[in-house]
Ligand binder design. Structure first.
Ligand code: NAD
Length: 343
């Protein structure tokens, strides 16, 4: 165990700032960290009027919510007071919303993210986890599988911003006093307090459950998927790991078993919900196609995902059977990144 790890290895001595912690992935991360004894602070701009998502966590004396913009010096400075670790999740997330709102996307994903990353030095912070995306790989050859050394080919403003942030972090070696780790997340699925039904597994499952006709674009394209609870476990794992294994490291975040084509996901859902109508269209506007290798995570951090795509589909079907999502149409913004609110 390294010196730094000894100094901070007790979760009770750690106060983790989640930037963007009210989002789809941030809420499960906050819950797991609280459950594991960490103190959690959440700086979030509540871009989708999703404040209800944090109400459960407000019951914990170890949780503090701060409304604010990571791009605002005063808000960020206040949020960082007494913090031992930072997880940067905030952003305008996904290709559709960043295409729809290019100026806001630039302001948040480029300017505010850079401001946040450049203000973490000299504060005695141990870990900084930057949440990036496997979308950075863009479109790779059919027979290839991308490990962390694979060339990046970001095909959208969303992914280009992530690649720039990664470069900024990796170029700061020798100039900063904290240990940064970059996690390139697969596409998320599974139930969480701030659900997103604009993501493939969740969207397909809901539409087919409701017996809507599903239009699938480029059914043979590959993507990796990961349950939000596994992302939370991984963030905890990085916080617990010896920094010698995580400092300035990039990890693909997900599991080899959860690389799927869209057709594979449709088949899985239709095994459970037979007789649905699926239509197909080729050559969509989204050319992304990537299979990803997650062995580094297994080998270097001894981290293994627990949940399969099938687990996520089952869980979502149960949620719908139990009427947990009857209000999706009435609260569109809460349930996906379709548009933002002005505060
Ligand atoms: N969901 C996925 O499939 C997926 C896949 C790969 C990577 N990621 C990455 O994971 C992270 C979280 O994604 P998510 O699905 O939870 O998205 P999300 O949109 O649900 O959450 C983003 C959060 O950031 C907050 N936010 C936005 N701008 C802010 C600002 N200026 N200051 C403070 N808070 C701000 C929002 O209010 C929201 O709570 C993102 O960095 C995303 O790029 C997500």
């Amino acid at each position: 165990m390294s010196k730094t790890c000894k100094k901070h290895c007790n979760p009770h001595d750690r106060q983790v700032l989640l930037v963007g912690g009210a989002g789809y992935i941030g809420c499960p991360v906050a819950s797991l960290l609280l459950e594991s004894g960490y103190k959690v602070r959440n700086l979030d701009l509540l871009t989708y009027a999703h404040q209800n998502a944090v109400m459960g966590q407000m019951l914990s004396p170890d949780y503090k919510f701060q409304f604010g913009d990571m791009g605002c010096p005063k808000a960020l400075n206040e949020a960082l007071n007494g913090i031992t670790d930072v997880v940067l999740l905030a952003g305008l997330v996904g290709d559709p919303i960043t295409k729809q709102l290019p100026d806001e996307s630039h302001q948040i994903n480029d300017i505010a993210v850079k401001h946040c990353l450049e203000n973490l030095n000299g504060r005695g912070i141990r870990n900084v986890i930057f949440v990036s995306t496997c979308s950075n790989y863009g479109k790779i050859d059919e027979n290839e599988i991308a490990d962390e050394s694979h060339a990046l080919e970001p095909l959208s403003a969303y992914a280009r911003s992530k690649v720039e942030a990664e470069k900024l972090i990796l170029s700061s070696k020798g100039k900063i006093d904290f240990h940064p780790t970059i996690l390139r997340f697969a596409t998320a699925f599974g139930m969480a307090p701030r659900m997103r039904f604009d993501l493939t597994v969740n969207e397909f499952t809901r539409d087919l459950y409701l017996d809507k006709e599903l239009l699938v674009f480029d059914a043979e394209t590959w993507r990796p998927y990961c349950h939000v609870k596994d992302f939370a476990r991984l963030i905890r794992k990085v916080l617990q790991s010896d920094t010698a294994k995580t400092s300035f490291e990039v990890f693909n975040a997900g599991s080899n078993d959860n690389n799927f084509t869209k057709q594979g996901i449709v088949d899985l859902i239709c095994d459970r919900l037979p007789g649905r109508t699926i239509k197909y269209q080729k050559n969509s506007a989204d050319p992304r196609n990537y299979r990803v290798d997650f062995s580094k995570l297994n080998n270097q951090l001894d981290f293994h995902c627990k949940y399969s795509v099938a687990d996520g589909v089952d869980e979502l079907i149960t949620g719908m059977e139990e009427h947990l999502f009857d209000d999706v149409e009435a609260r569109k913004l809460y349930y996906g990144n379709y548009g933002i609110v002005a505060h």
